[in-house]
Design a protein around this ligand. Structure first.
Ligand code: FE2
Length: 207
């Protein structure tokens, strides 16, 4: 049996830490559902959608961009973008995260937002204020750091923005732990889990 031919084109990326590593902010149970069911579901559906098509060997980024071109393919976009967004989300968090970013990033945040606390307030406001399902992001656009929201599966990579960090604000990201208190989840994620080294690496890798 040819193992390679039966492997999914896009495997579910491994979690970068144990499922209980984000406790007490995000419980093991939430990570288990979010990663093993939601994230895996997007990846599995994506692989079914592209099997046997011209996209079977395309990168995830190429598929996301392809799906936005006419004729727009909403189901393909939603699953590919959510696969991309979730892989990025897990890496945006880390146990014992939060705190102060590396100096170069801190300086740019202070310049572009008028202070680190003002940046944190802007990110929290975007995350809490996103009506319904979506994401809050720190992105680089035109050489400036910005906070943006996206709705449902939408992603900055189709808007000429370079994402540095994201917070998932779909209810499945926090409801088991914080019920309707999205603001509590967001504040704790910002203060205790954001992976500033990942953000710095994304800033240094920008095109
Ligand atoms: Fe999610």
């Amino acid at each position: 049996m040819d193992v390679a031919s039966t492997s999914p084109t896009h495997p579910l990326p491994p979690l970068p830490y144990a499922q209980d590593a984000l406790e007490p902010v995000i419980s093991r149970r939430t990570v288990e559902f979010h990663y093993s069911r939601h994230h895996r579901g997007y990846v599995d559906t994506l692989n079914k959608l592209i099997a046997g098509t011209s996209l079977a060997h395309a990168s995830l980024e190429e598929i996301v961009l392809h799906a936005t071109r006419a004729p727009r393919q909403d189901t393909l976009f939603n699953n590919a973008a959510q696969a991309w967004n979730h892989a990025f989300y897990w890496r945006s968090l880390r146990p014992d995260g939060g705190g102060i970013p590396p100096a170069a990033l801190l300086q740019q945040l202070e310049t572009d937002f008028g202070g680190f606390d003002r940046f944190k307030q802007a990110l929290a406001a975007a995350a809490v204020g996103r009506f319904g399902s979506g994401w809050a992001w720190l992105v680089l656009e035109g050489g400036k750091l910005k906070v943006v929201q996206t709705s449902n599966a939408d992603t900055p990579i189709v808007h000429n923005q370079t994402p540095l960090l994201t917070i998932d604000v779909w209810e499945h990201a926090y409801y088991l732990d914080h019920q309707n208190r999205r603001a509590d989840y967001v504040r704790e994620v910002i203060d205790r889990l954001l992976n500033w080294e990942f953000a710095m690496a994304n800033l240094e890798r920008r095109p």
